[in-house]
Design a protein around this ligand. Structure first.
Ligand SMILES: Nc1ncnc2c1ncn2[C@@H]1O[C@H](COP(=O)(O)OP(=O)(O)O)[C@@H](O)[C@H]1O
Ligand SMILES: [Mg+2]
Length: 317
């Protein structure tokens, strides 16, 4: 009998050391108690005593998974060992409780970090804008605006992460709509009477920060370029953005981003992979970062198609 209880205590001590063993050890305790019951069936007194102990033990063990706050065993010499077991399990329950508090704290911290990153990026944007107000040269001024927009594009991802449930993924469609709205106002698209068509058709639209930021920056560069260069003498200027998803035979989610305009088109013979200017260099590098490919489509005006796989995207909802 003493040996069985000693075995039980060993099992419970191990529980305290290895949280993941809780379920297994709990099962082991219950199995040993059942064996104990069978062995002592011939002795009514012993059986009654053991059953009483078993009852208390079951309460202790089941209390662990139910609440983490366990009932104390009765006092008295014959309950000493049970007391020790209850204490060990209580400690374990407390640890489990603490670990969930830590998780909540970590989530709060993560939320705070995204909020602060967004605020800091916004401060940088404001400072650059204040500085640009003193720059008379139009081209330099425009470069400031473009830099501000790049920072703003990144800040918007952190803003959405801050508002998301798990702080790790954002709804890319909502983000893209918000970004387009911002770019429209920044480049005065409606005042310039530029039409804008946005079509998004995706299912697996929850993107991680590492995929959302490059995609946002690519969109920013291409829309900015259309606004800046495409419509020198267009009658009905228009920018078309299409974002689609396809599922490959291997089960990968492939995304297509097409940004086109009906303007004057890229300069003849231009190779975007050999570009010396920052905007298109960024587009090429960011596409590489997404593990994707970029193609210029032949049509009137400029048309870019970026294709990439996203292994980390999740279905919305
Ligand atoms: N949509 C477009 N329509 C016409 N020309 C374009 C378009 N996009 C880019 N370009 C041309 O490609 C060049 C490189 O663009 P980019 O690398 O973004 O540099 P930046 O915008 O700083 O001039 C531009 O100077 C322009 O001549
Ligand atoms: Mg550019």
């Amino acid at each position: 009998m003493k040996k069985v209880l000693a075995d039980l205590r060993t099992t419970v001590n191990r529980l305290g050391k290895d949280r993941t063993a809780v379920a297994v050890s709990k099962k082991a305790i219950l199995q040993k108690l059942t064996k104990l019951e069978k062995e002592h069936l011939h002795d009514q007194k012993v059986q009654q005593r053991d059953l009483l102990r078993m009852d208390e033990l079951l309460q202790v063990v089941s209390g662990l998974s139910a609440s983490g706050s366990l009932p104390k065993a009765k006092t008295g010499p014959r309950h000493d060992q049970l007391d020790q077991m209850a204490e060990a399990i209580n400690t374990l329950g407390g640890e489990l409780k603490n670990s969930s508090v830590t998780l909540a704290e970590k989530e709060a911290l993560l939320k705070e970090v995204h909020h602060r990153v967004k605020n800091n990026l916004q401060i940088i944007t404001s400072l650059l804008q204040l500085q640009s107000a003193t720059i008379k040269d139009l081209e330099a001024n425009q470069k400031f605006t473009e830099s501000c927009n790049r920072i703003r594009t990144m800040a918007m991802v952190h803003d959405r992460l801050y508002m998301s449930n798990d702080f790790s993924k954002i709804d890319i469609a909502e983000y893209m709509r918000g970004l387009i709205k911002f770019l429209c106002s920044s480049y005065s698209i409606s005042q310039k009477k530029i039409g804008l068509d946005l079509s998004i058709d995706i299912d697996y639209g929850m993107f991680a920060i590492d995929d959302a930021i490059p995609l946002g920056l690519i969109l920013n560069e291409l829309v900015a370029n259309s606004c800046k260069y495409a419509f020198t003498d267009s009658k009905k200027p228009k920018i078309t953005i299409v974002f689609q998803e396809t599922l490959t035979k291997t089960g990968d989610h492939t995304f297509n981003l097409e940004v086109s305009d009906n303007g004057c088109g890229l300069p003849n013979g231009m190779d975007i992979n050999q570009s010396n200017s920052l905007g298109l260099q960024l587009v090429v590098l960011l596409t590489e970062q997404l593990g994707g490919t970029i193609k210029l489509r032949k049509q009137k005006g400029a048309s870019f198609r970026i294709r990439f796989k996203n292994k980390h995207c999740l279905k919305k909802g």
